[in-house]
Design a protein around this ligand. Structure first.
Ligand code: ACO
Length: 427
């Protein structure tokens, strides 16, 4: 079969170079330029990797033009509405959905592993009061590497799956402890009788004591609808192919560092407000805007090239039509409006921004649509999650994606240490 190729001509020397085009099973093909430097003595230049595929992957597929997202070929819409987050985790790690028995075993294993080593628990005391939970989370996950100094044999599936299950299971506990520490309240231990998502909500909200209470009168229970909403949020964040934090995880993996250190690096990368930190910034911005009457003035600022104000929760490097995760969350938000008492001034401001921006030439021509972070904050607020925990919740959902990408990287026999080059323009 004839290979598709691309030919480049150096217009100075007249030399030509031919490169193979590698076909993708879905989405754009890529030009294989691995020998480009050897052939030409030049590097390619692509800051921000806008045209660069950094790896081959079978995990997640995104068609930004169509607004399509699939994990292991399953559409995100199906996973978010017909499956739980734990099923999604199993799917990402094993490339197929679990049977009923497999799901029961997986669920039990995740419950068992949720407890933290006492030594790690004491580490929290070393952090200052009011430490941001993202900083505590990243440091604690690095510290986890001191307790599980695994020398993993990638030929043995059970070894790396155990390492993956452990981090997926412990992340909600670490996140809840980080939050509890930041507000100075006693930690709530995981409850073996509770499923993944209910357990997390309980560790966030409960009052400690002989019997767990969610309110001083002991009457409140975490509602089914709240568990479902949080579970959906975790599923929507589970993976997103080669975004900034996942690229960081793969780059750290390429040096041979411990997998939990790679995850911790991913957490740090996610914190930035151009990435996962946007969800916290969205609510902070809505509060700053303050009222529906002020929205027009802020939209004007967002459009002003001389003002660095950006509308948080708008725009995406890949989605240029709509973010399918945002669409699902908007649907969920509308559905939960009555049940979770979502009608707030913040929601009114958010709706006004959405209404203006979706019809404004500036946003339309630049294909700037609301992304997942635009909607998640309003729902998380209704679930009694404070702003500082929005990005840690993203971390909880994304951990499975990072660790799956880590495993794929380690199993790829062609993988190399990440070492980009530069265009030197100094003296
Ligand atoms: N508000 C106003 N203008 C914007 C916005 C925004 N939120 N986002 C992009 N633009 C404008 C830029 O000013 C630029 O305009 P120009 O062509 O006139 O110079 C144009 O749109 C393209 O923007 P880039 O920054 O080049 O787009 P890029 O793909 O590099 O950035 C990003 C994507 C970082 C998400 C950006 O849209 C942004 O900063 N959004 C706000 C932060 C945010 O919501 N991040 C969450 C992303 S989703 C996630 O990580 C989970």
């Amino acid at each position: 079969m004839q290979k598709n190729t691309i030919t480049l001509t150096n217009n100075n020397t007249g030399e030509t170079y031919e490169y193979n085009i590698l076909e993708a099973t879905r989405g754009p093909s890529v030009v294989d330029i691995r020998t480009f430097f050897k052939d030409t003595g030049m590097f390619t230049f692509d800051p921000g990797y806008t045209s660069t595929a950094s790896c081959e992957s079978k995990i997640t597929f995104i068609d930004g033009g169509k607004g399509e997202l699939r994990y292991r070929s399953f559409p995100i819409e199906d996973l978010a509405t017909e499956h739980t987050y734990l099923e999604t985790c199993f799917l990402l790690l094993n490339s197929r959905l679990p049977t009923k028995e497999e799901l029961t075993d997986f669920d039990l294993e995740i419950r068992h592993r949720a407890f933290l080593h006492e030594g790690l628990r004491h580490l929290f005391n070393a952090f200052p009061d009011n430490a941001h939970p993202m900083a505590t989370l990243s440091a604690s996950v690095t510290a986890l590497a001191t307790f599980y100094n695994d020398h993993l044999d990638m030929e043995h599936e059970e070894e790396y799956l155990e390492m993956a299950h452990r981090i997926i299971s412990k992340i909600p506990t670490i996140a809840a402890f980080a939050y509890r520490h930041s507000i100075g309240t006693p930690f709530i231990q995981p409850d073996i009788d509770l499923g993944f998502t209910e357990n997390f909500l309980t560790m966030m909200r409960a009052y400690p004591g002989g019997k767990m209470h969610l309110s001083p009168n002991g009457h409140d229970k975490i509602k089914e609808v709240e568990i479902r909403a949080m579970d959906t949020i975790f599923t929507l964040h589970a993976d997103h192919e080669q975004n900034a934090s996942t690229t960081v995880v793969r780059n750290v993996a390429s040096t041979g560092a411990h997998p939990y250190v790679a995850i911790s690096s991913g957490i740090s990368a996610l914190w930035g407000r151009a990435h996962g930190g946007a969800n916290e910034s969205v609510i902070a911005q809505l509060e700053y805007i303050g009222s529906v009457e002020n929205v027009e003035a802020f939209i004007k600022r967002a459009k002003d090239p001389n003002d660095n104000f950006r509308l948080m929760g708008f725009g995406h490097r890949v989605y240029k039509n709509f973010d399918p995760r945002a669409k699902i969350l908007k649907g969920l938000q509308d559905e939960l409006k009555a049940e979770l008492n979502l009608d707030s001034e913040l929601m009114a401001i958010a709706s006004k921004i959405e209404e203006i921006a979706l019809n404004d030439e500036y946003f339309v021509s630049r294909k700037l649509y609301p992304n997942i972070d635009f909607y998640s904050g309003v729902i998380l607020t209704a679930l009694q999650i404070p702003k500082s925990m929005f990005t840690p919740i993203f971390v909880i959902g994304r951990t499975v994606g990072w660790i799956t990408q880590w495993i794929e990287f380690k199993q790829d026999k062609t993988s190399k240490i990440a070492r980009p080059r530069q265009l030197y323009t100094g003296d």
